[in-house]
Design a protein around this ligand. Structure first.
Ligand SMILES: Cc1ncc(COP(=O)(O)OP(=O)(O)O)c(N)n1
Ligand SMILES: Cc1ncsc1CCOP(=O)(O)O
Ligand SMILES: [Mg+2]
Length: 211
C-alpha cells in the first residue's frame, strides 16, 4: 500500500459532470501519472454518486490506480472501492477500518491539527491529510496550515502525510521538500484545458520511481 501512497492524488471536481464525462477527465489525469483518485461529489444524489463511482472504479481497476471515495463510507463498502477519505463531519476512522477491512486505504483530514493526525494514526488510518497550504478556489474557507506539519508527520507518524489546498506545480515542490508523500489536487488538474499535461506537471515533481 505504501508504494501506492506516493505521488499525485487527483480529486474529482465540484461541478460533477456525467459519469461518462467524469470518467474521461479522470482517464486523462491517470494518463498524466495520478496514482490515486478520490471521487469527491457534493452535488449528485445517491443514485448519481453510485453511477459515477462505479464507472470510476472500473477505470481505476483497469489502470492499476486506487479509487478512494470521499465522505461516503457505505458507498465505498458497497462498491468495494479501495478506500474512503474522512473529515471531521464524516464517520470515524475506526468504524471505517472495521467495515472496510485491513487492506482498505483510510484517509483522515487533519487540517492544521497535529494531534488529530496522531489520533488518526492510532485509530488505524492509512494516511493523514493536512491543509489548506495555499488559498483554494475549491474550498475558499479552508483553514490555513503550515508546511512544518508535514515535516512533523514524517518524523513522528508511521503513516504518510498528504498535502492539500491550492497546490500548483510551482508551489508543490516545497511541500514535497517539507515531507508530503502525496499532493492532493482538484483545480490544478481538472480545471485545466489539458488535464493529462496538468497532471504530468505535478507527477514530475516527485522522485522518478513514483511516476
Ligand atoms: C486528501 C484529502 N484531504 C482533505 C480532504 C478534505 O476532507 P473534509 O475535511 O472532509 O472536506 P470535504 O472534502 O468532505 O469537503 C479531502 N477530501 N481529501
Ligand atoms: C477538499 C479540500 N480540503 C482542503 S482544501 C480542499 C480543496 C482542494 O482543491 P484545490 O486543489 O482546487 O485547491
Ligand atoms: Mg468530508
Amino acid at each position: 500500500m505504501n508504494q501506492i501512497l506516493d505521488g499525485l492524488y487527483a480529486i474529482t471536481p465540484d461541478a460533477s459532470p456525467s459519469a461518462e464525462a467524469l470518467t474521461k477527465q479522470v482517464a486523462q489525469a491517470i494518463e498524466g501519472g495520478a496514482r490515486v483518485i478520490q471521487y469527491r461529489d457534493k452535488h449528485s444524489d445517491h443514485t448519481g454518486r453510485e453511477a459515477r463511482a462505479s464507472a470510476l472504479l472500473a477505470l481505476c481497476r483497469a489502470s492499476g490506480v486506487a479509487l478512494i471515495v470521499n465522505d461516503d463510507l457505505e458507498l465505498a463498502r458497497k462498491l468495494g472501492a479501495d478506500g474512503v477519505h474522512l473529515g471531521r463531519d464524516d464517520p470515524d476512522p475506526r468504524q471505517a477500518r472495521a467495515l472496510l477491512g485491513r487492506q482498505a486505504i483510510i484517509g483522515v483530514s487533519c487540517y492544521d491539527d497535529f494531534s488529530r493526525a496522531e489520533a488518526a494514526a492510532e485509530a488505524g488510518a492509512s494516511y493523514v491529510a493536512f491543509g489548506s497550504f495555499f488559498p483554494s478556489t475549491t474550498k475558499p474557507n479552508a483553514v490555513a496550515a503550515d508546511p512544518g506539519l508535514l515535516t512533523l508527520a514524517r518524523e513522528h507518524l508511521p503513516i504518510p502525510p498528504v498535502a492539500i489546498g491550492g497546490i500548483t506545480p510551482q508551489n508543490g515542490g516545497l511541500l514535497i521538500s517539507a515531507g508530503a508523500r502525496m499532493l492532493a489536487v482538484v483545480s490544478g488538474v481538472f480545471a485545466q484545458p489539458d488535464i493529462a499535461s496538468a497532471a504530468r506537471a505535478y507527477t514530475t515533481l516527485f522522485p522518478k520511481e513514483t511516476h
